[in-house]
Ligand binder design. Structure first.
Ligand code: PBG
Length: 326
């Protein structure tokens, strides 16, 4: 197939043809919108490094959730900013924790919404690590019980799915067993299976106030240099009962998304993380790029690489743009 017999431009000549042969399409139903919830009433604080993203009190969260549904974004993932933090991250698993309150209210007021909860301790511990500290180290096995407790408390509040992001070994199995014992065998787990120790999480740590107070997360999150290890992590999570696998971040790891897609049958999610979102917003604010177009192109690329589900702070605006483009 060579020129002049084959002319690829024949099928690019106008939008009717382009649309007919388009291989990948974005739809708002593929997006999960991250939401940050904090105590109080009428609170709507914009995150400085993430224009368009707010820390919301529960009443405002309900408004935001309704807005998502109106735009066709049917799923959200919740992150909590607790009233106070302590060494064991108890705010993550108390019955009346901020996420538990938020889930109950969302289930009450916006029952159609699919509510996912992030399961981790870093936003709730005073040291900012994702697990319990024993002898100055993040103790894997001591953390598992607390993660399972957190997941169960979210399930009891009415969450539709739990998403462990801590990267402790064995947490999917522990959470699965705890949910199954407590009549939540129907509740799916979306595992942050392949989560790298990435500098792209910077703005999130400001938004959720979850930066580690000493050291870093390299002892539990993956080394960005590693690809083969991603298969081992994903295989382990499948074995332990994960229903959905995730790669995080997304844009800098499209190769990993693509290779996992080829290897595993499970639905695959990718987290378009805070730093990846902030870079688009910053360049657009300077007039250096067309932010709307770059956002859609970025999300399309994540989907084309093989992600079925995209967790993105751009979900609402992308949904709006997709509607306009119809
Ligand atoms: C909590 C968690 C983090 C993110 C999602 N869950 C921060 C981290 O691991 O340091 C990052 C999300 C983002 O950057 O958008 N463990």
């Amino acid at each position: 197939m060579i020129f002049p017999d084959y002319r690829p431009r024949r099928l690019r000549q106008d939008e009717r043809f382009r649309s007919l042969v388009r291989e990948t399409r974005l739809h708002p139903s593929q997006f999960i919108y991250p939401l940050f919830v904090k105590p109080g009433k009428g609170v709507r604080e914009e995150v400085a490094s993430m224009p368009g993203v707010f820390r919301l009190s529960v009443d405002q969260l309900v408004k935001e959730a309704k807005d998502c549904l109106r735009l066709g974004v049917g799923s959200v993932i919740l992150f909590g900013l607790p009233e106070s933090k302590d060494a064991t991250g108890s705010g993550a698993y108390i019955k009346n924790g901020i996420v538990q309150q938020a889930v109950r209210e969302l289930k009450n007021k916006v029952p159609e919404l699919l509510v996912v909860t992030d399961v981790c301790l870093c936003e709730y511990t005073d040291h900012g690590h994702c697990g319990l500290i024993v002898n100055h180290q993040v103790d894997n096995d001591a953390t598992l019980e607390l993660l399972a407790k957190t997941a169960l408390s979210h399930a009891e509040a009415g969450a539709d799915m739990v998403a462990p992001s801590d990267m402790m070994d064995g947490r999917v199995a522990e959470i699965r067993a705890t949910l199954d014992e407590s009549n939540f065998s129907h509740l799916p787990i979306m595992a942050y299976s392949v989560k790298y120790a990435s500098a792209f999480y910077g703005p999130f740590r400001e938004a959720a106030d979850g930066a580690p107070q000493f050291g870093d997360r390299k002892g539990y999150q993956m080394d960005p240099a590693n690809e083969r290890e991603a298969f081992r992590e994903a295989a382990m999570d499948v074995e332990e009962g994960a229903d959905i696998l995730m790669v995080k971040p997304a844009v800098a790891y499209l190769d990993i998304i693509s290779k996992l897609r080829a290897e595993f049958d499970h639905p695959l999610a990718a987290y378009h993380v805070s730093g990846e979102y902030a870079m688009i917003k910053a360049a657009a604010a300077n007039g250096w790029i067309d932010g709307d177009k770059v956002m859609l192109e970025t999300l399309l690329a994540i989907h084309r690489a093989g992600a079925d589900i995209i967790i993105t702070y751009g979900a609402k605006e992308a949904a709006r743009l997709l509607r306009q483009g119809e």
